[in-house]
Design a protein around this ligand. Sequence first.
Ligand code: DAH
Length: 339
Amino acid sequence: MIKKIEELRKEIENLQAETAEAAEQLRIKYLSKKGAVSKLFDEFKTIPNEQKRDVGQALNTLKTFVKDRIIILKEGFSNSESESVDMDLTLPGISFELGGRHPLSIVRNEIIEIFARLGFTVAEGPEIEDDWHVFSALNFPEEHPARDMQDTFFIAQNPDVLLRTHTSSVQVREMEKTKPPIRTIFPGRVFRNEAISARAHCIFHQVEGLFIDEDVSFADLKQTLLYFAKEMFGEETKIRLRPSYFPFTEPSAEMDISCSLCGGKGCNVCKYTGWVEILGCGMVDPNVLENSNIDNKKYTGFAFGMGIERITMLRYQIKDIRLFFENDIRFLNQFKSVD
Ligand code: DAH
């Protein structure tokens, strides 16, 4: 029987098939129930027990060999078939999707670029702060409501550790570590203990600006902000400064821009006034300069602070601030081509 197995193996070694069909015929000839290999298995049942081990092994090896051989013969055809039939080399390639920037990042970068054109550099500070940098150095009176537990997230174990409620804290850090002239903006994330709604969130972003040098005046502040408004919202944009109060600036103002949606005619975004508020600003209070060891006889300066969410909402007509933090891909996809 061993001899028969070897003969069959030689025969199979030399098998050739011209077509896939011919290869299939070979499979039937050798491996079907009545095929040559199966016949040997039938014969195997009749041989004496003591030969069974060796012959059985040889038979199994033969069977595997035939199977492999036929697979190889068939593969030859399936390859050339798929090349000619299934593959269209003129089809465009499969592209993979790239992500896009978050709308807040797009607008933050734009703000940075606008102020860079006026010579402002960029600096950042810590989100976890102390009372000095967020309040005391900025001239907040001891009993000022902004220090209230309702606005500020304090750490329970230590009231001197808190999450910054504005990026004005970074202007203090900058004044402490550099000598004037200072011309820098400070973008960053801020935190307030507020109920979340379409208009307010407990986490949002601000950009603070600071300019300190000799002879800096309110006129410089006005011109800087007018330039910013026109670059950000369009050449035809007008600004309006209304007197206001902040502990760290004197005088203080809030700035409105002419409504970019209705062009000042009145719509529901500007509540039919033609104006929308976008930032707070003023001349840096001499006490604030002194708190950071800057000579307030020699130097003056201006500061301003704006919310990035607010600017972005106006820019893209977004009605709900919560959309920025939900990471809904249907919302984010709309900004993909912007940057
Ligand atoms: N820090 C203020 C806020 O969070 C914004 C602000 C107002 C910043 C006036 C300033 C400023 O630098 O001069 O609402």
